[in-house]
Design a protein around this ligand. Sequence first.
Ligand code: GLA
Length: 378
Amino acid sequence: MLCSLMLLGCKDEKKTDMPETTQAKTKSSIVKSDYATTKKGVKIEKYTLTNANGMKMEVITMGGDIISLTAPDKDGKFEDVVLGYTTPDLYLDGNPYFFGAIIGRYGNRIAKGKFTLDGKPYQLTVNDGPNSLHGGKGFDKRVWTATPVEGDAPALKLTYTAKDGEEGYPGNLNVTVTYVLSNDNALEISYEAESDKNTVVNLTQHSYFNLSGNFAESIESQELELKAGKYLPVDATLIPTGELKAVAGTPFDFTKAKAIGKDINVADDQLKKGLGYDHCWIFDDAANTLKSVGSLYHKASGRYMEVLTTEPAIQFYSGNFIDGTKDSKTGGKYQKRSGLCLETQHYPDSPNQPSFPTTTLKAGEKYSTKTTYKFSVK
Ligand code: GLA
């Protein structure tokens, strides 16, 4: 049911005080509606953001999940390019694949769910074999508070406070994640956080992209480029061994755009461990500024997605654990490799690996990162 309608930054064609490049073709808007109610009776809202070009994104307050995102192909045809469930219950009852979710307090794995900070040991929830994955019962399973933000493009601010001791982490952590659907067809994500005690933080977004718009089509033909000369090999439980390995001469080399399926099935111990790609790549440019770090391209539709981030690394996960049991938005079931994640972040298990860039957030300090997924055609 539609319960309220807000039009934000709605500039129509007659308005002339906007710069040429942002001259809106249609009205951008945010529409709020009821989405579903959890078993505990909590109401989950949905926000539909539409930018000036007609690109649409739906976000729910459970997990801050992006449940759909459309992008135009080379003929201007808009199709959904992110995987999602066909009914609310899977989002409400644990989101088994983390479809479209905000991930925290710590993206990816922490070995055995243990770390020591300021000499004090912490035990986190263990939820992935012997390890803690994506914050335990993490931010993807929490209800966020949403506030539309006024501006030229539709934007949604989501806030959540993780309690001191929640899932084992120290510090009350105030988190704000803002999604902007810009009028140059970019999904811009800002992550901000502040804690009242020293803690560890590594936030990311877990959308599964498939630029074909047809989720029955494997992502293996899509071309990926990662400006990363090194990656982190993992052990049998997918914890980085600590080595930074050169990608040159290995299936992990995406320094030049390459079809994901090209080397995914070659005999390689690391690919065997990940059941495909499920590793962290280290960007050549580690600067804490918004820089272009790679791209994804689907030739048949012409859809091209550039990734920009302030983060030093990215977990590229080729959807290896999708098990053919969940209905797809485009018919049939989602299969292994129906979608892929490009999770910009710090390195997994950093709290236990002093040689990795730190993920410690000191009390009172501001955590602030940005990632942009920019859509175009070529
Ligand atoms: C991350 C991990 C994967 C998997 C997915 C969720 O990307 O690296 O191993 O756990 O999340 O299914």
